[in-house]
Design a protein around this ligand. Structure first.
Ligand SMILES: Cc1cc2nc3c(=O)[nH]c(=O)nc-3n(C[C@H](O)[C@H](O)[C@H](O)COP(=O)(O)OP(=O)(O)OC[C@H]3O[C@@H](n4cnc5c(N)ncnc54)[C@H](O)[C@@H]3O)c2cc1C
Length: 381
């Protein structure tokens, strides 16, 4: 067992950290305030190879291992939670769907453009009446000539209003339950009937547009189906397993940001003739925050390790995401507390970390659903 980062992993962390400190941190409050998709930062990240971190160089990816990708994503989320979601949805969800389940032509055409950052990706699974209960979805893909006619709608789709490639789940056999779901590649610019209904006004995660989509007699050719008909539910589950490692990374990044900020503040803020960092109550908070962030990071790396070794990692990814998401909210909460009244204002980023952290407990499997998954795996062992 080796807990040391390799030379390459350290280099990735340092490179991304430098970019984040110079380019993202100074912009984070503005992104939070305007809620605008930071297209210029995405271009810069694409130049650095950060839009296709875990995919092979033959598809213009950066060819990094999953540890490095998670480390990179944690750094990005340390700078901006919204940017963390943009990259996670683009890479772990849309990119991974193409990498794992696309044929050679689909990978060359769509994955390559995602990896270069020329295209932005989204993953459209959830619906208004089908969140945790995925098979309850009603979006339908009906056979029509040499393609499919798609009708329905999706909700909560990260990057949904700016995406060039959307990996979409729809029912090809409405009577077959989870075995009746198939997955497709949709191209909003080319496919008539793809409608962006609007975007959500959210608590946090600003800069990443969360869109409601509608498909109105949208026809797509058969070559856009990913894998076999009926394989979509398995595609979604497998993709979300890997995605959970990166939501753990987003959580770790936000927790680190909250801790760094709280530590600095505690050393500078004076009450009762000295810095508040001298109070044991504050020191214990900082100690707990660091311990939790480190434990979350280790769970994240364990799940990444199993994934890289092609071993079963459903339980470990769920545990990493569950723990990291809950501690990110706890750590950010303590960050606000250490700032006292100032933490409750927009004068300091502590409140942004708190708002951004909350989302980790909701998407890519709520904490309740993850506990179900972990318990099921545990009882089946
Ligand atoms: C900002 C944001 C971005 C998102 N991005 C995407 C995206 O890019 N693509 C995408 O497809 N989706 C996305 N989602 C959707 C997200 O994955 C869902 O919101 C999530 O799966 C929960 O579904 P729901 O909101 O319908 O809640 P529900 O499923 O209605 O859950 C409501 C409550 O009931 C609990 N609950 C539900 N079922 C069970 C159960 N079996 N046992 C115990 N408790 C249960 C839940 O834990 C929760 O507390 C996003 C959501 C948000 C908020």
């Amino acid at each position: 067992m080796d807990f040391t980062l390799s030379g390459e992993q350290r280099q990735i962390r340092d490179t991304v950290a430098e970019f984040v400190d110079e380019e993202v941190v100074p912009r984070a409050a503005e992104i939070d305030e305007t809620d605008e998709f930071p297209a210029d930062l995405i271009d810069e990240m694409a130049e650095l190879g950060l839009m296709g971190m875990p995919f092979p160089v033959e598809y213009e990816g950066a060819g990094l291992d999953y540890h490095s990708y998670a480390i990179g994503l944690a750094e990005i989320a340390r700078g901006s939670g919204g940017l963390g979601t943009i990259v996670a949805a683009h890479t772990s969800l849309a990119g991974n769907m193409l990498y794992e389940f696309g044929d050679e032509a689909q990978k060359e055409e769509y994955l390559t453009a995602l990896n270069t950052g020329e295209d932005i990706g989204a993953f459209a699974l959830s619906e208004a009446e089908a969140g945790s209960d995925v098979p309850a979805m009603s979006t339908a893909a009906e056979r029509d000539g040499d393609g499919y006619l798609i009708n329905g709608g999706k909700l909560w789709i990260s990057n949904g209003s700016v995406a060039d490639t959307v990996t979409l789940f729809a029912k090809t056999d409405p009577d077959a339950g989870r075995k009746g779901i198939s997955s497709f590649v949709v191209r909003p610019e080319e496919d008539d009937g793809f409608i962006v209904e609007g975007t959500e006004d959210k608590l946090g995660d600003k800069g990443c547009p969360t869109a409601e989509l509608r498909f109105d007699d949208m026809w797509i050719p058969e070559e856009r189906r990913l894998g076999e008909e009926g394989a979509g539910f398995v595609h979604a589950l497998k993709t979300l397993n890997g995605g959970r490692i990166t939501i753990a990374a987003r959580s770790v990044g936000i927790a680190r940001a909250a801790l760094d900020e709280a530590k600095t503040y505690a050393q500078e803020r004076e009450q009762f003739d000295g810095p508040i960092a001298e109070f044991q109550a504050i020191q214990h908070k900082l100690a707990d925050m660091d311990t939790k962030a480190r434990a979350a990071e280790l769970l994240m790396h364990e799940a990444a390790d199993l994934k890289m070794r092609d071993e079963d990692y459903i339980k470990e990814a769920a545990q990493a995401k569950l723990y990291a998401s809950e501690i990110s909210r706890e750590v950010a909460n303590e960050g606000v507390q250490i700032h006292g009244g100032y933490g409750y204002t927009k004068d300091f980023p502590a409140e942004r970390f708190y708002r951004d952290a909350k989302l980790n407990e909701i998407y890519e499997g709520t904490s309740e659903v993850l506990r179900n998954t972990i318990a099921q795996q545990l009882l089946d062992e």
